[in-house]
Design a binder for this molecule. Structure first.
Ligand code: EPZ
Length: 443
């Protein structure tokens, strides 16, 4: 298993660009199951989770091919010209053909490595009328049940039973209906929305998730001929249509990667510009960092400039569904609060076990007290580098951030957690001046 070695103390300077959003690419790849023909998904992030999902699509019988096109090149596709001289090169893209899908099972060994595999449930049911998907089981950050996904699909007319750890689902043509979600579940909203696009009649989904990735998916589905309105609000309306057509879509920039770079600049006394991002997706994070004394402004509509101006003040953070402060940024801002002046109260309201990074931060000299779903962080003058272990995706990001600021060397093990959601993180950070390298596992 690879490790990442960081020698802390370097201030980050320069320009960086986030990759496509993992949590938008995954449901949009699932959406290609809803239509025949060759779909093209652009700005795909090169991540383990994407590899896992493309493996799953191939397992179902789809054909998936990966290509790279030079940004700004005359990439004439059947759907028109795609040039963007501003984009980094090369631009990764995936072609997906699902005409040959002949298997409807997402097996346990795939689902347990990536719970987002459950996103094939809605599309398989809607297009093929059947699906057998392993229950994901828990993960490091919590139990993460999918009961709300299943409830919604049942209300659309699916017959669903649980047998031997699998969801067995079948349906004739689904029927639109009114659904109220007990919780604004992100992938639950996505699964039900995808299924409803091919249902007969209208579906109104109340208390829907409002995350930008849900909006990106709705935009992609509407490009395929779906009739979805209200994306980004808590009430989605989906008018069912008889069929959808192939998709050509560019994945939105990753807002959590962007937020991670904002913290990286702040924690290292840096001054960086993040380009080709979407500041409007990060209002809560930007407001919270500005409250902590970080200077953030917008040189342009798709860029952010972030620099550290003097000391970081301790601020309180409470994670909420979008547009509140995202749970996926909680571990990262905690790393910053470890070096803030004063005490910060961080409350995690979304997942029941998302403080795994705390034990590792304590080993680097942080002062953190956990009581239930609340962590009280008392800022210290410095952190010291240490060997630490990544436990989940965003926890590993917080260890990288702490290592960038710590005195001495930090050696992070089990970085496969990091590779699930951050593309070439050490290259991007070293281009900004960080002393960071990957130690390949000889095994
Ligand atoms: C999505 O997970 C993201 N993953 C997560 O990102 C993110 O942390 C989470 O939303 C919250 O924003 C993807 O989009 C692939 P939820 P999801 O359903 O959809 C409970 C990352 O770091 N719940 O919104 O699985 C659940 O237990 C990952 O990139 C039920 O009780 O999250 C949790 O407490 C981590 N029953 C809460 O709702 C259900 O049927 C929110 O979960 C579904 C969810």
């Amino acid at each position: 298993m690879d490790k990442i070695l960081i020698r802390g103390g370097k201030s980050l300077k320069g320009v960086v660009e986030p990759s496509g959003a993992k949590n938008s690419a995954l449901p949009i790849l699932a959406a290609t199951l809803l239509a025949e023909g060759e779909s093209c998904i652009r700005n795909i992030p090169r991540l383990r989770d994407i590899d896992t999902f493309t493996y799953l699509l191939k397992h179902l019988g789809a054909q998936v091919t990966y290509r790279e096109v030079e940004a700004g090149s005359e990439t004439q596709t059947p759907w028109g010209d795609h040039r963007d001289p501003e984009r980094r090169s090369p631009l990764p893209l995936l072609y997906v053909v699902t005409d040959s899908v002949n298997n409807f099972e997402a097996p346990y060994d795939l689902v347990r490595t990536m719970r987002a595999s459950v996103l094939v449930l809605g599309p398989l049911l809607a297009r093929f009328g059947r699906a057998r998907v392993s229950l994901p089981g828990g993960c490091a950050i919590g139990a993460r049940p999918i009961n709300l996904h299943l409830e919604g699909l049942k209300q659309l007319g699916a017959e669903i039973t649980l047998q031997h750890g699998y969801v067995e689902a079948k349906a004739g043509r689904l029927k639109g209906t009114d659904i109220y979600l007990d919780l604004p579940t992100v992938t639950g909203t996505e699964n039900i929305m995808m299924a409803a696009t091919l249902a007969k009649g209208r579906t109104v989904l109340q208390n829907a998730a409002r995350e930008p990735e849900v909006v990106d998916l709705a935009e992609a589905l509407n490009k395929m001929g779906a009739r979805i309105s209200g994306a980004g609000t808590q009430t989605l309306e989906i008018e069912g249509v008889p069929h959808l057509t192939r998709l050509d879509h560019t994945i939105m920039p990753d807002r959590i990667e962007t937020g991670t770079f904002l913290v990286a600049a702040a924690i290292t006394n840096g001054d960086i510009v993040i380009k080709n991002c979407r500041p409007e997706d990060l209002s809560a994070v930007i407001a919270k960092l500005q409250e902590a004394g970080v200077s953030i402004d917008q040189p342009g509509p798709t860029s952010l400039r972030v620099k550290r101006d003097g000391e970081i003040k301790a601020v309180n953070v409470k994670t909420q569904p979008y547009p509140g402060f995202p749970t996926d940024m909680q571990a990262q801002i905690m790393a910053l609060m470890c070096l803030a002046k004063g005490s910060s109260v961080i409350t995690e309201t979304i997942f029941e076990n998302r403080f795994m990074h705390v034990l590792e931060l304590l080993r680097m000299g942080a002062q953190i007290q956990i009581t239930g779903n609340t962590a009280v962080v008392t800022g210290v003058p410095k952190l010291s580098g240490a060997p630490v272990m990544a436990t989940d995706l965003r926890a590993s990001a917080s260890l990288v951030l702490a290592g960038l600021a710590a005195e001495g060397e930090t050696l992070i093990s089990r970085v496969y957690h990091l590779d699930r959601g951050y593309e070439q993180i050490e290259e991007k950070l070293s281009r900004l001046g960080a002393d960071i390298s990957r130690i390949k596992d000889k095994g």
